[in-house]
Design a protein around this ligand. Structure first.
Ligand code: FAD
Length: 310
């Protein structure tokens, strides 16, 4: 079974999510090729060529792929699909957006967010906000799969695949790129950060959220995250939300501050290696998953913790 792995990147560098999805692709069977769809992403293709187990890298370089709009990229993937039994991509926002379109165009069912490859046609995936796992078997000849990257180790990067240019004239008549606003500035990407500092409703205002969490995150080189209540209250941008309807993260260290630990939040962070919780309520559910807990007022404890890190 040959697989086409779709790379996650920003035209400059390969995102680690690709390496994790590569580990899933490798388990599917007879090797995999990597597709880099972008503009001026030659360096990404060279990086992808180092993914252990990659057969070859297909570099589709075209202005229409620069922002990876779902429509032209889905057309590109479908044009390559004949040569492959499975199309695999990391379950990032980008590919959660594009792969359903690929599946629809191929008239197959997408298998989303897999956490385990049991065999070439059987996979495990979470349901009910990660509270249960279902084993699904597909009879589709061509599989379209997104991978929950936190469930797979990153593949090694000691390979030496060849890079081939893909000649594709995309049909980009139905969508065009207007503009984008990137939140977070220079801060590390939440989905791949090794340390995440997250805040909840208890901060009470956007000003306090930033004033207390930014210095702590800066000292730890951490990404900032938030509960949905904090996002809904406007303390943090949407794409910082961790949980069932936000991002799923599994950093080495997750610090949850003023977050109660509702199951929908736990669904997005409970696989973190070490969890630290700060909460004034010693019965808060977050303590049931925490390795270390501080019971107390965050407005005192967070500045204390930040200055202790000096
Ligand atoms: P609260 O539950 O209000 O908790 C605040 C906590 O702060 C409390 O535990 C309190 O003891 C503590 N506290 C208060 N004052 C202080 C202080 N001074 N010092 C220290 N601690 C203090 N939620 C998510 O986070 N992510 C999701 O993806 C998500 N998806 C959802 C999907 C659905 C379909 C639904 C129904 C809900 C979803 N939710 C999600 C919402 C979730 O159920 C909770 O409402 C939310 O996580 C609560 O956020 P919170 O912990 O910040 O707020």
């Amino acid at each position: 079974m040959t697989t086409l792995l779709i790379a996650e990147h920003d035209n400059k560098a390969l995102n680690e999510a690709t390496l994790r999805a590569a580990s899933a692709a490798a388990k599917l069977g007879d090797g995999f090729d990597v597709l880099v769809a972008g503009e001026g992403a030659g360096a990404v293709a060279e990086e992808a060529a180092k993914i252990a187990g990659a057969g070859k890298v297909l570099n589709a370089d075209n202005a229409a792929f620069a922002h990876q709009l779902a429509e032209p990229v889905a057309d590109l993937i479908v044009s390559l699909a004949d040569g492959y039994d499975a199309i695999v991509a990391p379950a990032t926002s980008n590919w959660k957006n594009t792969l359903p379109r690929v599946a629809a165009l191929l008239d197959v069912m997408q298998i989303s967010d897999i956490t385990e490859v049991v065999s070439g046609d059987t996979f495990v995936r979470p349901i009910y906000a990660g509270n249960a796992f279902q084993k699904v078997q597909t009879s589709d000849a061509k599989k379209v799969i997104t991978v929950r990257t936190t469930a797979f180790e990153a593949a090694a990067t000691d390979g030496s695949a060849s890079v081939e240019a893909v000649d594709n004239t995309p049909n980009n008549a139905i969508s065009s790129f207007k503009s984008e606003q990137l939140a977070g500035g220079d801060r590390v990407d939440l989905a791949s950060a090794k340390v995440v500092v997250s805040g909840g409703r208890a901060f009470g205002s956007k000003e306090k959220f930033n004033e207390l969490l930014e210095p702590l995150a800066d000292k730890l080189g951490a990404a900032l995250g938030a509960s949905r209540a904090a996002v809904d209250a406007g303390y943090a941008p949407n794409d910082w939300q961790v949980g069932q309807t936000g991002k799923v993260v599994a950093p080495k260290l997750y610090i949850a501050i003023g977050i109660s630990g509702a199951i929908q939040h736990l669904a997005g962070m409970k696989d973190s290696t070490t969890i630290v919780a700060i909460n004034s309520d010693e019965d808060a559910p977050i303590f049931s998953v925490a390795d270390y807990g501080l019971v107390g007022d965050l407005f005192e404890l967070v500045p204390e913790l930040t200055s202790a890190l000096d």
